[in-house]
Ligand binder design. Structure first.
Ligand code: ZN
Length: 269
């Protein structure tokens, strides 16, 4: 018993040292220190220790079935440009998230402040369905040019009715990226008929995809990119890969190409 409590005391002391603030403490209250600690050290997570590129991990919301929607921040939070990359808004489009995992799991990234949301529709991914657990097409559920649509494009009972939609809206309002890339499948191309055609052309060049104009079968209502491009200064672009892109291409050339689009690079070590 005595040995165990001595050990506990040692661990507590060691923890106290390792958690001690690195800045001068004179005149600071405990509440001050706690709030500064929050600002200086965002959400540590055990899994991040093996991921040197990750600087923050955030749960931006939950799906209709309660699954977490996670955003990973990589790169340099002080960089001039903030960008967001997201994938798998449709659960039956599971492959492009490999690009995001490759960016997350490699060496540190410099030159951009980048947020990655690999799975926006975790319930759909679990069931391999386009729509969320309530049967809503999340890319028709945004509150800009929303229209009542049925069938495979069911747009929900009202704009922003879905928790996945509201989670991303809230996150984007906080982060306000100057560039936003939304990966889909299987149309194989970059939508160059968009708010910032230069950005779209650069994406097409670096990702080696054809430039296209996506007409969404005439039902381009309530889309995420439409909403973002209308209400924010930044530019959002839809990028589609084929039905079965190779994992090697996604994790290699596609991930590297995306870094070049943003003028970013991996650090040497
Ligand atoms: Zn899609």
């Amino acid at each position: 018993m005595r040995t165990a409590s001595a050990l506990t005391a040692t661990i507590v002391a060691a923890l106290a040292v390792s958690l001690a603030p690195a800045w001068p403490v004179a005149g600071a209250t405990a509440a001050d220190l706690a709030s500064r600690a929050d600002a200086a050290a965002p959400t540590p997570h055990p899994a991040d220790r093996a991921r040197p590129a990750v600087v923050e991990r955030k749960v931006i919301g939950h799906s209709r079935r309660g699954r977490k929607i996670i955003a990973w921040r990589v790169g340099d939070p002080d960089a001039k440009r903030t960008v967001v990359v997201l994938s798998t808004m449709h659960g039956n489009e599971p492959h492009t998230r490999k690009i995001l995992y490759a960016l997350r799991d490699g060496r540190p990234i410099r030159g951009v402040d980048m947020w990655l949301i690999p799975v926006l529709n975790p319930d759909g991914l679990h069931r391999r369905t386009r729509k969320n657990a309530r049967g809503v097409d999340l890319n028709r559920n945004y509150p800009y040019d929303w229209k009542r649509l049925g069938g495979s494009y069911y747009s929900g009972p009202k704009p922003a009715s879905e928790p996945e939609t509201r989670a991303l809206m809230k996150f984007l309002r906080q982060v306000r990226p100057s560039r936003l890339v939304s990966f889909h499948q299987p149309l194989h191309g970059v939508d160059t008929d968009t708010k910032n055609p230069r950005f779209a052309r650069r994406l097409a060049r670096e990702l080696r995809l054809p430039r296209k104009r996506f007409v969404c079968g005439g039902v381009c209502h309530g889309t995420m990119t439409g909403w973002y491009n209308h209400y924010f200064a930044g530019a959002a672009v839809t990028v589609e890969y084929s039905a079965k892109p190779s994992t090697a291409m996604l994790r290699g050339p596609a991930a590297r190409g995306l870094l070049r689009v943003f003028g970013a690079r991996r650090s040497a070590r």
